[in-house]
Every structure is written in C-alpha cells, then in structure tokens.
Design a protein around this ligand. Sequence first.
Ligand SMILES: [Zn+2]
Length: 479
Amino acid sequence: MLGSHLIKLIDCLNTVVNNPSASPGPDARQGARFALRADLLDFTAAPAWATTALDAASPAVRWRPDHWLLVEDGRIAGALPGATPPGDDWLKLDQRGRLLLPGFIDSHVHCPQLDVIASHGTGLLDWLNTYTFPAEQRFADPTVAAEGAARFLDALLAHGTTAAMVFPTVHKVSAQALFEAAAVRGMRLVTGKVLMDRHAPPGLVDDVVQAQTDCEDLIQRHHGQGRNSYAVTVRFAATSTPAQLAMAGALCQRHRSVYLQTHVAETLDEVRWIAELFPQARSYLDVYHQHGLLHERSVLAHGIWLDDTDRALLAQTGAHIAHSPSSNLFLGSGLFDWPAALAHQHGVSLASDVGGGTSLSMQRTMADAYKVQALRGQRLSAWTALHSATLGAAQALRLDHEIGHLSQGAVADLALWDWAVGPVAQHRDAVARGAVAGLPAQELHARVFAWLTLADERNLVASLVAGSLRQGRLDTPVP
Ligand SMILES: [Zn+2]
C-alpha cells in the first residue's frame, strides 16, 4: 500500500516528468530522503578483462541483490539489505525484482544528428557531406537549437543515460542551448561549440578569431556552473586549420579544467587524408599532440587505426578513447582493438556516437562492443562492458567523485531497469535465474550478459538525476 507521503512524492516526481521545464533543478527536493529497493549493481574498480566470475576473480563487481539504496538531498546516503529497511522517516519505494544501476554515461554523442540517425549507404566522409553537414546547418537557428537540445537530452534520459559528453554544432547558440537544457534537468553535461574553419559548407565554418571569442564567452558563462563543463570541441583535424588547432591548444592551456573532445583514426580514408594535410606529423594522433590537445581531460572518439606509439602517447598524456562500436559497425569503419588499449593502459569509455551509431541505448552499444570484439577473436565480459559505461567512463572523465557508482556520497544519478521485457527475454531471464524446471540457475554473469544483450530503452522503468525523477514512473508494478 502506498503511504500518503509516498503518494505525494510520486505525484511531485511525476509532475516533474510531465513538465521538466517547470522544475527548478536538482535541489527542488532539498531535504527529501527516500529509499529504493531493488537489485543494486555497480563497480568499485575495473574488472579483469574477459573475467566472467562474480567472486574472487572479479572483486571489482559489487552485487547487492535486494537492497535498499538510500538517497538524501540528491546524493546516495548508503545501502541496507532488503530485510532491514530504514526508519519511518524514509519514504520507501519498493522496486524489488528490478535492477538499479548508476545512470549510464555516454562519452561521445552528437545532439544535432538525431535528424540523420539511420541514414543509408555511405562511409564516414561521404556521410558527413551527404547527411550530417546539411542537418547541422539548421542549428544556427536558436529555436531549432533549443528544441533540438531539449529533445536530445530527454531522449538520453529515456535511455537511462544521465550524463554525456556531447557535440553540438559550430554555432555558439547550439552549445548555449545544450547548457541551458541540461541545467533545467540538473544533468551532468560536457559540451562546447564545435570548431571547424575549413572543409565544410559555408554555413558551418567559423574563423579563428570569432571562434576564440565564442569559446571564451561560453567558458565564462557555463564552465563549472552547476553540473555543466566546457569542452574545447575540435570536430577532427581535417576541418580545422593549424592556426585553429593552435588556438584550441591555447584554450586548453589557459583553462586547465576544461575538456577537449574530438575524433581520431576512425577510418582508413580519413587517416590518409590527415596524413596529406599534416605531412609533418608522425600520425593522426600526433597532430593533436603537436597542438597541445592531449591531456587528462581529452576524449577522442574511435581510435581504431592507431599504433602502439599512439597508444603509449594516450597513456602518457592521460587522454582516452571513446569506443563507439555501433557507429563503427554501421559506417564500416573498423574494429577497435580493446586488448591493445588495455595493454597500453589508456582509458576506454563506451559511446553511442549517434548519429553514426544507430541507438542511444547503452545496452545496444555494449552488445555491439561484444560483437566487435568477437570479430577480433576476443570475448568482452558483461563486467568490462558495464564498467566502461559507468565507473570506467566516470574515471576517464575525472568525474568519479560525482557519478558512475552507487557509493555513499555520489550524486544519485540512477537508472532503474526491468530485467526482461517480452516473452523471449523473460524466458531467457527465467533460465538464468533457475526458474525453469529442470535447469539449474546460472551464475550472475550469464544473467547480466543476457540482460545487456537483449535489453534496450524498453526496459527502462525510471531515470533519476540527482535524486529527482526525470523519466518514467516509480509506481509501476514489477511484471
Ligand atoms: Zn562522433
């Protein structure tokens, strides 16, 4: 039975969902304390590559079945076994039988490309010219930018993604719109105006002086404001002149806490083009290094066509790769060598890279990552995949003090999931649980792997940002 306090809370939460712009933000419920009962799963460290055991071989996996997660003032206050609930002064949301994870982190995704997701028939460079660049020109219009930002962030939340590193467009207003929309929702967002001053249509090029002015203004207005952070955003080396790359490097020098995001070594055609444009550079990655763009807040999408010297440079500088398997498969770009990244000890996070990627779902992204490694003769574990979309991504982004896990003190960015939706997944989950007569229960990894392979946004029950419900409902019965 729902107590009156609980009904009031749920009404309040659902009001926020129905009209997110009416919410003043994550502190709207200052003083609120509630407990969510579910199966809690997160990580305390990086699990060993390809390890599927839960126990001694993978102490990094923290599995707390049927627990209460305590949330107070938007932060995680602790956890208790299901049989020992917190006191009467805690609102209790009994969601037992569901899976509670830290909200996913999508470390590389393009807001304006929702317009071109699932476009047929081209590789990267043609795809940019045919689909992406025309779509991005629309974002010069402040109304299009604002509507696009709201649609995009709500779509992330509807996929259980509560934090993201995002490419807008070259237009200052497109970055501004994302910062403002994220602030309304209380989301952790990293973004910045795209820099591109060559090899793009006239409506999509800036120049060095104006770009620098715009970046400085956006940094001053938004970087470090609430949960917004600025990223110096170089589209890729081909679309910036050496002068603009140098300006971007100077921005990173001047503002040590800003991020850098770009693409690197996605396709062989692109790598050949970069070699022609920058003949003095040892490699594609070296172009960025020479311009001061590799540091511990640098996030480079793809990194498929790197060599070991590049990988050592990533580790040395603290930069990391946002692996985007769905995009790599869809555009036919190549197969990321994850074991080589591990061998060189540089960070790897997971990313949807929509619209090259075909889904904002991080489960589908993880499933695609498994398939990419399978094509390389490797077997990615569910633990490594999930870690790279939660704690691993948070660590790579230097945000693990805030997000990516369910430890006391972390911001309560959470996603609540159904274990299975539809008859096939429900049967598979029942097999894993040992609920099918004559079949023994399987170990936890088998159940979680089946979940991430079969699940998507249909499994989402609710997304919470800093303890506030932003998508879904918390009063639906467990199927
Ligand atoms: Zn991308």
